[in-house]
Design a protein. Sequence first.
Length: 660
Amino acid sequence: MIDQPLSQVLLLLAAAVFVVALARRLGWPAILGYLAVGILLGPHALGLMSENNTTRLLAELGVVFLLFTLGLEFSWPRMVAMRHEVFGLGALQVALAASFFAGLAIWSGVPWLAAIVLGGALSMSSTALVVAQLTEQAELNRSHGRFSFSILLFQDLAFVPFLAIAAVLSGAAEDFSLVGVLRALLTGGAALIVVLLAGRWLLRPLLYEIAHSRLRELFTMTVILVVLASAWATHLAGLSMAMGAFLAGMMLAETEYRHQVDAVIRPFRDILLGLFFISVGMLLDIGLVLRQFWLVMALLATFMAIRGLLAGLATRPFTDARFKAARTGIVMSGGGEFGVALLTILIQGHAIDRGIGSLLLVVLVASMIATPFVLRNNRRIARLIMREQGPPPIRPADRETAATQDLARREHVILCGFGRVGQNVARVLERHGFEYVALDLDPTRIRAARQAGDPVMYGDSADEDVIKQVGLDTANAVVITFANPATSLAIIATVRAIRADVPILVRTQDDARLTDLRAAGATEVVPETFEASLMLVSQVLMLLHVPVGQVVRTVGDIRNNRYAVLRSIFRRDDALQIDETHEHREELKSIVLPPKAWSVGRTLEDVRGRGAEVAFTAVRRNGILGREPAGGMQLREGDIVVVYGEPEALEHAEAVLLAG
């Protein structure tokens, strides 16, 4: 057994790098690699490491950061719109599963109070495993993903009363009364209100001041403080730390800082979440599995089948499609970390037989290890169960990709980068009737753009195979919108190696690499600072009543001389770049209309009548995009509404659209 902390860290890192890389090479989810590391190094296998308070705390923080980043993907209006699914579907799933397993335990001779806790333990699922795997598969925003997440949220709340009863059974609580339970629930509710109010009224001013300090490390420390403080508040109130972190993330989702917050917190989340999966793997008793292999496998299959069936039955009243209910049941078929915690308390408090408890604990952990495999194949399993015939349905993502590839075979413009500049170029091209295909490496931006119907693909523009797939052979022009000259040079080299005649337009911030870019093969280079100066020069000259023809000639001469007259400037050493996260900048946002939202069945004029001061640029329905929709257009469930405006206006419009 290795006891030194540094040695433990080095061993964990070395094993994780090797096993996770091997899992990726085999096409397995990274989660399975972390679980394998925990099983191999844990006390029940090689015995090189054991779980302690430090690793347990760090693992729990991994779940906290995961729920925080998930909260960034949600917003308060969307959460309100999902309240029927959270408190309806979630409560029904917990009630069905807990009642079934508790009844089975009472029939087996377990005391009724211990049976209630045991039923609760076996009704819980792993938030970290389910959310991480569905996110990796881009299924979290699908119907079964939304239903599953609603159930997971309610399970986090239901854990509190189950934990209170377990504390009584283990002797950790002095009394157990209705007044005590109500006091705990009121305290938890007060903590949630504090987190919500603080997030809504304090976070935006705080981050505004921190962002204007332009100190990246201060911004990072502030974000970590917000995450841990919100988790601490709910933990003191007896709720899970993850619940507080999720609410804080949800409040930050309504601010203009959410993308930077997500980028800052993601490295901490990925590292700590990996440690959480490793700690789960350490719980699996390999010896018990080998000694009673067939019994464990039979119990595992029965446990997951029952859980999946009950979750599917609970979901059925909330959807018209049996297939979606089946997929939700399959996703929720595995156990969770809260169940492990409750079961451990029962075993240590001698509330249930230790032999039976140890066997159930192994089955619970084994179901968590099987969860990534099950989630990876949830569609296939659902088809097998439902006995569907005929070809599988085409996914919306596949349909969009096929449409984009078809466009790439026609004349078009290739946009390398789909940030603010790339999107502006795309809108102008659309207005003049030119088609385009964009490439970018930001998954969040690509998902939002594809939801809005833009032909954007994930890929490195400097990769020969990728640039060929987007139709370089038929492209009329290539526009490089990245600000980094090194990135632009790599893309130019790739394009020129395939086609020497295609025009290449390059954006750059200044003239630092102007000569290099032209030498590499750029047809035109547009330095942002110089072009901004030219616009100011032309406006000043016209205000001074210089003839328009002379102004045009002056600007043309400066461009023809490659901005030589504009290069004789003095640059400050401490000059700062323009703040791209300024709170008053306007932006696009895609809003998906869930079931029972207020706006479903109403027109865009009705939405404007509720004070939504934004521009409705498009509505996408059933894969068909309609630009500049009329005010009389009636909205339907599942519509993707694309709005444009300042962050505060976007937040209000989303609240109006998603109000229950």
